[in-house]
Ligand binder design. Structure first.
Ligand code: NAD
Length: 471
């Protein structure tokens, strides 16, 4: 466990005292007002963007070591999105920072009202391993844009990227206000013992509860970016050729299913399922050949613990005879091939837990509308997808299903649209970010009412005579 400071400073052990000194130092820096300055924010954001460009090769290597992530995926999903996030902030920041005029009612006339966005102070970002660069930097970018001092705790499950971030970030940004703490659960726990002005956590819901109870001790607000089982409803009235490519790309083409908005399971009709499965199989062969365990275009499973978790889902007695495609595994290389299962029982493990890997069950129903009840009977997902050419069904889906976000006729792409909030609802999380929503997540909206001294009605002051009451 260590905290990385300015390059020339030695790395010191991270313990309870170091954690409390870290926050104390950051509070001092925040109190100096430097992080509030527009120029400071802009220079930091420019440097994060520059870092993502300058360190491209090192980032590819770290992501290869952590996840065997294909270079093109690393570029599109991690580097490009990080840069795009900086660019959005740089373009809009001045406008977002400006006080927003609000209406002042006649009851306070003469007056003017405005909403002032102020930074929260010193914030903590706890990140996860599946997009270890993007999911670390994207909230940090929001925190900086909003004028906060920030501590990033990257995930120990992606150690190469964690170490890389701890090494390069202080070279590019002002490390008196933006710090990285590496380490495992004990480091995170030490950080959670401190008082923060906001905690932004990405990861699973069980740890989310730990984060939220630690935050509750200080009444610290939280954003919890969690996961869940994101369903894909495939209406037979769809463009099958495009549908299967987009499902395969959002499932296996995004970190081999290890993505929070990955299609977790498909629901389609009994009569359409055979056609859908055939088309999916064909697409998988086109994408990854007939020996997918050796494909260079698929990430591996992050570690043995997650490999075992996934094989346990497949070995479950209730589902082991339901595999209709794939199922190959290689423990040495932590590799599992894209796998499709048909009509697994709803009470099987694979339909109870978030899969977060390359397994894709298909559940069949008689009528596509039955899918709505099935989805609504479960915990609210982070994403819900529908493929259809039926506009009425689309409207019913949007009106009936509750989910963090929705995408019609595609998968995963909605999280790249910075004008949309990204976050969960219910079991899939609380709060959201991206673009302006990131700025807002790390800002307090301060209500300011300006009054002059004119028009000082005596009716508001005692003594309250009957005449005053009549007014
Ligand atoms: P993880 O194991 O990396 O844990 C996340 C963080 O929690 C780490 O920094 C770790 O140090 C910390 N942590 C772990 N145990 C802890 C404990 N006992 N006390 C305090 N801190 C602790 O990540 P994970 O949970 O395996 O991540 C996968 C989950 O994250 C999935 O559910 C996925 O859907 C979700 N996810 C959500 C999003 C999103 O944006 N909504 C993005 C990616 C992943």
């Amino acid at each position: 466990m260590k905290t990385t400071e300015l390059d020339q400073n030695p790395v010191r052990e991270f313990d309870a005292q170091a954690a409390s000194f870290l926050v104390r130092d950051l509070r001092r820096v925040y109190a100096s007002g430097k992080t509030r300055d527009y120029g400071w924010r802009v220079s930091q954001l420019r440097m994060v963007e520059k870092m993502a460009t300058d360190c491209e090769k090192e980032i590819y290597e770290a992501l290869r070591l952590d996840l065997n992530k294909p270079e093109i995926e690393s570029f599109v999903h991690e580097i490009s999105l990080t840069k795009a996030s900086c660019q959005t902030m740089l373009k809009e920041l001045k406008h977002w920072m400006a006080p927003q005029k609000a209406k002042a009612p006649l009851t306070v006339f003469p007056a003017s009202a405005e909403i002032v966005s102020e930074p929260l102070g010193v914030v903590l970002v706890i990140s996860t391993w599946n997009y270890p660069l993007l999911l670390s930097l994207d909230p940090v970018i929001g925190a900086i844009a909003a004028g906060n001092a920030v501590v990033l705790k990257p995930s120990e499950v992606a150690p190469a990227t964690s170490t890389l971030l701890a090494r390069i970030l202080p070279r590019y940004v002002d490390s008196s206000a933006v710090r990285v703490v590496e380490g495992s659960v004990s480091a995170t726990s030490l950080l959670l013992d401190q008082q923060w002005d906001k905690i932004f956590y990405t990861g699973n819901a069980t740890i989310g509860q730990i984060v939220m109870s630690a935050a509750a001790k200080h009444l610290t607000p939280v954003v919890l970016e969690l996961g869940g089982k994101s369903p894909v409803v495939v209406d037979p009235n769809t463009n099958l050729e495009v549908t299967v490519k987009r499902i395969a790309s959002g499932k296996w083409g995004c970190n081999n299913g290890q993505t929070c908005v990955s299609p977790d399971y498909i629901i389609t009709t009994k009569s359409f399922a055979p056609k859908l499965i055939e088309a999916l199989k064909q697409t998988l062969e086109n994408f990854y050949g007939n020996d997918p365990l050796n494909s260079k275009d698929l990430s591996r499973i992050v570690n043995l613990k997650h490999y075992n978790r996934l094989t346990r889902l497949l070995d479950d007695d209730k589902v082991c005879d339901k595999i209709v495609h794939g199922g190959q595994k290689d423990e040495k290389r932590l590799s599992i091939s894209p796998t499709i299962l048909l009509d697994v029982p709803l009470d099987s493990l694979i339909m109870k837990e978030e899969i977060f890997g390359p397994l894709l069950p298909i559940i069949t129903v008689d009528d596509i509308e039955e899918s709505f009840d099935l989805i609504s009977s479960r915990s609210k997902p982070l994403a819900a997808y529908l493929f259809t050419m039926n506009k009425k069904l689309e409207q019913e889906f949007i009106g009936t299903i509750s989910a963090g976000g929705m995408l019609i006729n595609d998968t995963a792409l909605h999280l790249t649209v910075h004008s949309l909030p990204f976050g969960g609802v219910g079991g899939s999380g609380m709060g959201n970010y991206h673009g302006k929503f990131s700025f807002d997540a790390f800002s307090h909206k301060k209500a300011v009412l300006h009054r002059g001294f004119a028009g000082d009605a005596s009716a508001r002051y005692p003594p309250f005579t009957p005449k005053k009451k009549a007014i």
